[in-house]
Design a protein around this ligand. Structure first.
Ligand SMILES: Cc1cc2nc3c(=O)[nH]c(=O)nc-3n(C[C@H](O)[C@H](O)[C@H](O)COP(=O)(O)OP(=O)(O)OC[C@H]3O[C@@H](n4cnc5c(N)ncnc54)[C@H](O)[C@@H]3O)c2cc1C
Ligand SMILES: O=C(O)[C@@H]1CCCCN1
Length: 393
């Protein structure tokens, strides 16, 4: 039988990935008595926030993300200062595409309108600066000068540590099994029962399963992502690893997919290059490759490497797993539960939420405390999906 925790919390945050941890951090800053819960002992590598690196960039086609990034850069710098840890390395981020590509043009237009520091690089400039990346005739490149790498594991640790230093409580290794809505929400885990005025659900790829406990079915797809590392054909000689920026290929080859890469340092001598997509998988069965793979993601990256990075072996030497939780439009969900206004949902980060987590956490904490919202939340509302509401409760 679950033990009852006698304290009533102002807020409980369900899920201690980067989004829940940043939400808890902002709530603790606003002096709310906050509990952060996770099903696994922390840290863990079963969700979406593990691994050493993530891309940070302002280069987005949607201006609302670019707008949020100004404050994100500021909050990442604050976190570095508060934790005394370097969390960001500026490398630049290259957006690569075939000339005339609409997505690329929209990104460039948005960056120009917002006066984001950037450079359009000619074929000759690309060759000279980034000899490891050989573009094909007709390809174009735009550098987001302040793009770079976020140290993901370190960032997650820093936010959780600062949350605890502000008096926040973390209970890990406790899976939430039941949620009873009401003016006071009761949350029952595998070991305890808690009461709270407000609940924030940031359950990553488990969001679907947790929201089902509250009668809410959102159009979320969970994808298993193969995180691939590649080695040089002639180690240390091709110069690829020394001077590589982050890059994002937008529909290169005319194929409807994206390949991206980061100059990561987790495995000396290897470069991380992945496909921005994957095959559907249940997060609890991530490592059981039971179904037939619909998307040959690794071979797409191999093809990209053969054409664009011929200095690398076109076979990965390390492959790890991570999860995406995608919405149909790949925009986030940041909203109240449609029926229970003191339950707040942050979900569907669609493979691009890490860099934005400082502001996502701020927004979710504002939804929780009822403070004035810092951003227009229209793109993130649940009502855009036109789903029928079944109140199971
Ligand atoms: C391979 C890969 C590359 C990426 N690259 C980038 C990038 O370059 N730049 C970028 O900005 N973003 C990137 N992202 C996206 C980013 O990492 C995610 O958007 C972000 O980590 C999502 O965090 P989250 O907190 O929503 O989810 P998670 O980190 O999965 O956290 C959810 C937590 O909820 C817990 N939980 C779930 N159910 C329960 C329950 N019932 N009880 C208790 N706890 C529960 C889970 O255990 C988990 O810890 C990438 C993602 C992947 C997978
Ligand atoms: O959020 C990002 O910047 C990257 C882009 C490529 C795919 C993974 N996420």
């Amino acid at each position: 039988m679950a033990l009852t925790d006698k304290r009533k919390y102002d807020c409980i945050v369900l899920g201690a990935g980067i989004q829940g941890s940043f939400t808890a951090y902002h709530l603790a800053k606003s002096k709310k008595r906050t509990l952060l819960l996770d099903q696994f002992p922390l840290p863990h590598s079963r969700g979406s926030s593990h691994g050493q690196t993530r891309i940070i960039r302002r280069a987005y086609a949607e201006d609302f993300y670019t707008d949020m990034m100004d404050e994100c850069y500021q909050l990442w710098a604050d976190l570095e200062k508060e934790s005394g840890t370097q969390l960001l390395r500026k490398t630049g981020l290259l957006v690569l595409a075939q000339s005339g590509n609409k997505g690329y043009e929209q990104i460039c237009k948005n960056m120009e309108q917002k006066q984001i520091p950037r450079e359009i690089l000619s074929e000759a400039e690309m060759k000279q600066r980034y000899p490891g990346l050989s573009l094909s005739p007709g390809d174009v490149a735009c550098l987001d000068s302040n793009g770079g790498v976020l140290y993901a594991d370190k960032a997650l640790r820093a936010v959780q540590m600062l949350f605890q230093q502000m008096g926040g409580v973390i209970c890990d290794g406790e899976k939430v099994m039941h949620i009873k809505p009401g003016p006071v929400v009761t949350v029952t885990t595998t070991t305890r029962m808690y009461e709270t005025d407000r609940l924030v659900i940031t359950a990553g790829p488990w969001a679907h399963k947790v929201l089902r406990l509250l009668g809410l079915e959102l159009p979320l797809k969970t994808l298993r992502i193969n995180v691939c590392y590649w080695k040089e054909k002639i180690p240390g000689r091709s110069g690829i690893l020394q001077n590589l920026p982050c890059f994002l290929g937008v529909n290169l080859n005319g194929e409807n997919h994206e390949v991206y890469g980061l100059p990561s340092k987790e495995y000396p001598g290897l470069t991380k290059i992945c496909f921005h997509g994957g095959n559907e998988a249940d997060p609890d069965e991530r490592d059981l490759q039971t179904q037939k793979l619909k998307i040959q993601d690794i071979s797409r990256v191999s093809n990209f490497i053969s054409q664009y990075m011929p200095g690398l072996h076109p076979k990965p030497v390390v492959v790890e797993q991570c999860m995406y939780t995608n919405t149909p439009d790949e925009n986030f969900i940041l909203d109240h539960h449609p029926l229970h206004k003191n339950i707040i949902i942050g979900a569907g980060f669609s493979g691009h939420g890490f860099k934005l987590s400082p502001v996502v956490g701020k927004i979710l904490s504002e939804l929780c405390t009822g403070e004035k919202r810092s951003y227009d939340l229209k793109p993130f509302q649940i009502s855009r999906f036109k789903i029928p509401l079944k109140s199971a409760l």
